[in-house]
Design a protein around this ligand. Structure first.
Ligand SMILES: Nc1ncnc2c1ncn2[C@@H]1O[C@H](COP(=O)(O)OP(=O)(O)OP(=O)(O)O)[C@@H](O)[C@H]1O
Length: 291
């Protein structure tokens, strides 16, 4: 299957921060949530996908194409929505649209009009009078109006109140139902992803810890709590990370069924939610045994 995004053996140094030999893929036609703590490297990777920064080594492909030879073609295929407003805020949305539209071959004015109606965006008001939620919707309307196949969103819901957040997520649902798009979205708000995302890619300190199907995460990942006497070389292999204390251990497994068979009632085993999976995965391999 052709991937919407592919990073292969990418290296990048930014001050003290490094991406070392990073490889990842984003599946075409699905929503992938990109999660990880502050400074994990999400924006850096998104900027590389948009060709705003370049890797020191390695390859970035968008729909199989590399930026160097296909800058214009890739630009047509990507729409981006960032947390910070990228507009000249003294302009009206109509003026802003008139400024942006000529740079896209596939710009579709009637589609833009439809999204502005759907998102209740006023065209004749200066953008500085828009709320954060309206600015976000305006970015999305522009991203969708040049028929971008890939929508990249960097924390689109961070500044939004719960009502606007839900509305935006519903619009994204509609976009996925209506059209054959790929959405790659960085966020810290896990509840946004549980209803929207098909896949989750988790990055920590510049390292991809996992990239998995949401259902697989829900079905297979669990938190196990028990006494230290349950841990030995055999049992530890079923855990991705283990936190030990005087009163016992807490561990993350990606093999719920086997661990239930192994420990039965000797341990407390509960399915893990996304936040717990991230919390226990943090630090990756250094925080405990791996398999
Ligand atoms: N131009 C730069 N010069 C030096 N360091 C940089 C530069 N740009 C980013 N960094 C560093 O790279 C690291 C990764 O930053 P990045 O913005 O990609 O993280 P993030 O996962 O998007 O974080 P957040 O969730 O807080 O937005 C951070 O430690 C940041 O300080």
């Amino acid at each position: 299957m052709e991937h919407a995004i592919e990073l292969q053996n990418v290296h990048k140094s930014l001050g003290a921060f490094q991406l070392k030999d990073l490889s990842m893929q984003v599946k075409k036609g699905f929503v992938t949530g990109f999660v990880g703590g502050n400074g994990a490297g999400k924006s850096t990777i998104m900027k590389m996908i948009l060709n705003l920064i370049q890797p020191d080594a390695g390859v970035v492909r968008v729909f199989g194409l590399e930026h160097q030879q296909n800058e214009k073609a890739i630009k047509e295929k990507i729409g981006f929505v960032f947390n910070d407003s990228l507009f000249y805020e003294d302009l009206t949305l109509r003026d802003m649209k008139n400024l942006i539209a000529p740079s896209y071959q596939n710009w579709d004015d009637s589609s833009f009009q439809q999204y502005c109606d759907r998102f209740a965006l006023p065209l004749k008001q200066p953008i500085k009078l828009f709320s954060d939620g309206m600015k976000m919707k305006a970015s999305l309307a522009i991203a969708l109006s040049h028929h971008a196949e890939l929508i990249i969103m960097d924390e689109p819901t961070t500044n939004l109140d719960p009502v606007f957040r839900r509305e935006l997520i519903e619009h994204l649902h509609d976009v996925m139902l209506d059209e054959n798009k790929t959405i790659f979205m960085a966020t810290h708000i896990m509840s946004d992803l549980s209803s929207l995302a098909d896949y989750i890619t988790f990055i920590d300190k510049g390292e991809i810890i996992f990239s998995k199907d949401v259902h697989q995460l829900e079905e297979k990942f669990a938190i196990v709590r028990g006494g230290l006497e349950l841990l030995d070389r055999d049992t530890e292999q079923y855990f991705l990370s283990i936190k030990r204390s005087n009163s016992g251990f807490e561990a993350l497994t990606s093999d719920y069924e086997t661990v239930v068979k192994l420990f039965g009632r000797e341990a407390v085993i509960e399915k893990a939610n996304l936040e717990e999976i991230m919390y226990y995965s943090r630090g990756g391999k250094s925080s405990g045994s791996t398999h």
